[in-house]
Design a protein around this ligand. Structure first.
Ligand SMILES: Cc1cc2nc3c(=O)[nH]c(=O)nc-3n(C[C@H](O)[C@H](O)[C@H](O)COP(=O)(O)OP(=O)(O)OC[C@H]3O[C@@H](n4cnc5c(N)ncnc54)[C@H](O)[C@@H]3O)c2cc1C
Length: 100
């Protein structure tokens, strides 16, 4: 069971669409669905080990950018797992940045 559909948001989108392109003014929404998206408090993904569970490496929280950034994210994750020097500074992506 997902979150409720934002019908008002969908209607706004449809209104904007038909305002920009009148050919769409008679379009009917046939079906709507809402889902969760993985996003962290500062919108940067989590890439790296989780100190509380030895051996666990997490790569998540890409919000709307996980396809485009996946090659670089995968490389950073592999470098951290293999304990080699990362090409980029991993600090902004470490899970530990959220630790109290
Ligand atoms: C509407 C929308 C548009 C987007 N557009 C873009 C875009 O234009 N460009 C871009 O770069 N990114 C875009 N993204 C983001 C991109 O889709 C995600 O960042 C990317 O898919 C994340 O990949 P992932 O492998 O980390 O997670 P997912 O693709 O979410 O994969 C996780 C998988 O784990 C499975 N899973 C979850 N829990 C369990 C469990 N307990 N046991 C077993 N399996 C489990 C899920 O079923 C899923 O298959 C968009 C996302 C959305 C929602």
């Amino acid at each position: 069971m997902g979150p409720p559909v934002g019908h008002k948001l969908n209607q706004n989108a449809l209104d904007n669409l038909s305002a920009a392109w009148p050919v769409f003014r008679d379009v009917q929404v046939a079906w709507s669905w809402a889902g969760m998206i993985d996003v962290t408090p500062n919108s940067n993904p989590v890439i790296g080990p989780v100190a509380q569970l030895a051996g666990l490496t997490v790569v998540t929280g890409f919000s709307g950018h996980g396809f485009g950034t996946s090659p670089a994210a995968g490389q950073l994750a592999a470098e951290l797992i293999c304990n080699t020097t990362p090409l980029v500074n991993p600090d902004p992506y470490l899970f530990s940045r959220f630790a109290a």
